[in-house]
Design a protein around this ligand. Structure first.
Ligand SMILES: C[S@@+](CC[C@H](N)C(=O)[O-])C[C@H]1O[C@@H](n2cnc3c(N)ncnc32)[C@H](O)[C@@H]1O
Length: 250
């Protein structure tokens, strides 16, 4: 059979299954797919994910945690600190630390955890975000959690928690070299402020993951981050998990 006739048969004659009959490998968190999701059953990933659940609760975000653990694993190959802006109780970061075996590298790098530890800062939520209900949506979502979060990270070395609103707290973070950063504050202004501040410190090969970049309902964060990227020179890959991925190549 010629390639052309194979192609025609494949795409015109073979009946496609109805979408409800597809063997879905993942069906949560805004992502339905038939593609390979082997990471779901890998023991190392399962323990890291269980650690995230222990820190908070199960949000059924395995694919997002898979992206983060992949990024962090690669970032461990270059020198530099890890930074998370928007930590809450530390689900994502404790999964990352478990996955990469953080304590095996005692003294080599610092993991900075930055948050108000009591929710969004209303004055930083812009008109567009207010119009789509951002303040109402998260009004009761993030009660005071500093002590609980501190306890969550007791088992990990080289952790520095910085409490207070970004951007005010950015100068308190003394890192000069960043290998990995996760930005997840559900709000454009502090996220772009953090990116503007830390981007020059991200090392070549360093990775930044934006939790909400492509997520349904978070357009203002994407627009703001894209504008900043055009200004200071980065491009974000839009992931089907709703995350955005940036690798600093130079
Ligand atoms: C979605 S949660 C973070 C979840 C965490 N990254 C995880 O995956 O486990 C968002 C966090 O951003 C924090 N936050 C929002 N605006 C902030 C700001 N301007 N400065 C510091 N923290 C902020 C909130 O307090 C909240 O804990």
């Amino acid at each position: 059979m010629s390639l052309l006739s194979f192609f025609k048969q494949k795409h015109t004659e073979v009946p496609q299954p109805r979408i409800e009959d597809w063997p879905l490998t993942y069906r949560q968190d805004g992502l339905w797919t038939i593609h390979n999701a082997d990471f779901m059953t890998e023991p190392k990933f399962a323990s890291a994910y269980a650690r995230a659940v222990q820190a908070e609760k199960d949000h059924n975000i395995q694919w997002r945690i898979h992206i983060l653990t992949w990024a962090a694993t690669n970032a461990m190959k270059i020198p530099g600190d890890f930074v998370e802006c928007g930590v809450n109780r530390g689900a994502a970061s404790s999964a990352i630390m478990t996955y990469v075996g953080w304590n095996a590298n005692r003294g080599a790098r610092t993991y900075y955890l930055m948050d108000t530890f009591q929710g969004l800062v209303p004055e930083l939520v812009n008109d567009e975000e207010r119009a789509i209900g951002r303040l109402d949506m998260f009004e009761d979502a993030y009660p005071e959690c500093y002590e609980q979060t501190k306890k969550n990270f007791d088992e990990f070395d080289d952790v520095v928690m910085i409490r207070g609103p970004i951007p005010d707290t950015l100068p308190q973070n003394k890192t000069q070299h960043i290998a990995f950063m996760h930005i997840d504050m559900n709000c454009a202004a502090p996220e772009t402020a953090a990116m503007r501040y830390f981007w020059p410190k991200v090392q070549r090969g360093g990775i930044v993951v934006l939790d909400d970049y492509a997520y349904h309902g978070y357009q203002p964060q994407k627009d703001a981050m894209d504008a900043l990227g055009r200004e200071i020179g980065f491009m974000v890959a839009s992931l089907p998990t709703g995350q955005g991925l940036i690798v600093k190549s130079s």
